[in-house]
Design a protein around this ligand. Structure first.
Ligand code: F0G
Length: 467
């Protein structure tokens, strides 16, 4: 099915501008007002299924790559590319796992918590959902190089798609010393051109935008609207796993705010298409050391306001950060971001989903992470912000114990072993060096290794003592 340009196009997010652009353009902002862009569709002229259940028919054709992919089996809901141009590596084979153990920790009734485990993606994080979509668009328009700034997962994902397909060269920008070894090792191993910029993610993001514009390199950060089309499918899979029943809450960590923005768009479109009759509420969780969204939305009361966003208030906020030399700082390095590029789109998602924004400390994040691990899934620190946030929302009475909650576990446990090992360590100096400096004081759920001499009797005694 070839998509004609008037069935799928790009459109400025701001309703008062509404400028449109061809689907074949590589843009990251509106040429008229500099706002973010959406991929938009003329649904009346596209074959949309009459019920979400229709997608189940794809299961019986799962030997076909586009039916196997957890992104592209929903192609009808992101119909911007012809099937023959789609680049898929089997992303989105993820799991919605019920977890009564973590439910109890959060304060939810048994049966009410589900963990959407995106760590099962080929590069180990949710990013592959969006990367297959952006990469497909880049391929469709003939790009030969693709770039991103990253706290580690976007770059791992881009590097993987480039490595597997050999269709493009990956150029990645990372803040020096700002990404975990697990993620850095992926970029290096998959062969990406890796530029370590002195500075943090916000600096790297600023530079990659300049450089990709100057050199005509395709940018795959989530400011790219095609990325978010792929990330919508995380919500389709959540609904699919719940037999198409809409949960009460989706809880997601907030960094660059691509996921939350994509989820809002997914539900907005499903509602518009009559495929769901209500939308879930959205809770976006910032790390307290990187809490721009929390500050602007909850403290300063900024709102979507029908698209009429007070942009000056955001600029003032950033100027204040600069004046105070304030930098993002959290153990959850994936969300160590102070200038989220999707901020405006995220305000729309919060509006669509009657959302809330909360912040959690590094202590709360690591305790929640240990609980997720203890119940068998394991995730990286940023992902655990969703569980820590859900716990806080329950204790504050925002989420009722009887409500059905889905927490998104965005990245695999092995992405950042340093934080995990430091939490469980017996070495107090190591604990203080890595975690104490972040205000983490205790490891309530630590599972400490037992040091034992290389002696049969002592080993047996150690096991008996600890069983
Ligand atoms: N969780 C993980 C594991 C991430 O890697 C990220 C973002 C987020 C949450 C936040 O998601 O940006 O959609 O709000 N990582 C980006 C990166 C910034 O470069 O890998 P978001």
């Amino acid at each position: 099915m070839a998509i004609s340009t008037d069935q799928a196009f790009q459109r400025c997010l701001s309703p008062s501008c509404g400028a449109t652009y061809d689907i074949g353009e590589a843009r990251t902002a509106c040429g008229e007002c500099d706002g973010l862009l959406d991929v938009a569709y003329d649904w009346d002229r596209l074959p949309v299924p009459s019920s979400l259940k229709e997608f189940e028919k794809k299961w019986s054709r799962r030997n076909e790559p586009l039916c196997k992919s957890g992104v592209w089996r929903f192609h009808d809901l992101l119909p911007f590319a012809p099937p023959e141009k789609i680049v898929t590596i089997g992303e989105g084979q993820t799991l919605l796992a019920p977890s009564d153990g973590v439910a109890q920790y959060i304060g939810l009734n048994a049966g009410q918590l589900f963990l959407q485990y995106e760590g099962m993606n080929p590069s180990g994080s949710f990013k592959d959902n969006g990367m297959t979509a952006a990469f497909t668009h880049a391929h469709t328009i003939g790009a030969k190089r693709a770039a991103c700034a990253s706290t580690g997962n976007t770059s791992a994902s881009l590097a993987l798609y480039c490595g597997v397909s050999k269709l493009m060269q990956a150029v990645i920008f990372i803040g020096s010393g700002k990404i975990s070894y697990g993620k850095l090792s992926q970029a290096l191993d998959y062969g990406a051109l890796t530029l370590q910029i002195s500075g943090d993610f916000d600096d790297a993001m600023h530079r990659v935008r300049q450089v990709s514009e100057q050199l005509g390199i395709y940018l795959v950060n989530s400011v790219n609207p095609f990325r978010l089309e792929g990330q919508k499918t995380i919500m389709y899979r959540v609904l699919e796993s719940l037999d198409w029943e809409v949960p009460d809450w989706i809880v997601v960590p907030g960094g660059n705010l691509g996921n939350s923005s994509a989820f809002g768009k997914a539900f907005m479109e499903l509602k518009e298409l009559g495929l769901i009759d209500r939308v879930p509420r959205l809770a976006i969780i910032n790390a307290a050391g990187a809490d721009t969204l929390y500050q602007l939305f909850e403290v300063n009361g900024q709102r979507w306001n029908g698209g009429d966003i007070d942009r000056a208030a955001t600029t003032d906020y950033y100027e204040e950060l600069d004046k105070n030399h304030s930098r993002a700082s959290t153990i959850a390095s994936a969300i160590e971001i102070n200038r989220p590029v999707n901020y405006q789109k995220c305000l729309r998602a919060l509006d669509v989903c009657d959302g809330v924004v909360w912040e959690v400390t590094d202590q709360q994040i690591l305790d929640a992470k240990a609980q997720v691990g203890a119940h068998g899934l394991g995730c990286e620190p940023a992902s655990a912000a969703s569980v820590a946030g859900a716990k806080l929302l329950c204790s504050e009475g925002v989420i009722a114990p009887s409500e059905r909650v889905v927490c998104i576990l965005t990245g695999h446990q092995l992405k950042d072993p340093t934080a995990t090992v430091a939490y469980h360590t017996t070495d107090q100096d190591e604990f203080n060096r890595i975690l104490g400096s972040r205000g983490v004081q205790r490891a309530e759920f630590a599972n400490r290794a037992v040091a034992v001499a290389n002696d049969l009797e002592e080993i047996v005694r150690a096991i008996q003592l600890n069983s």
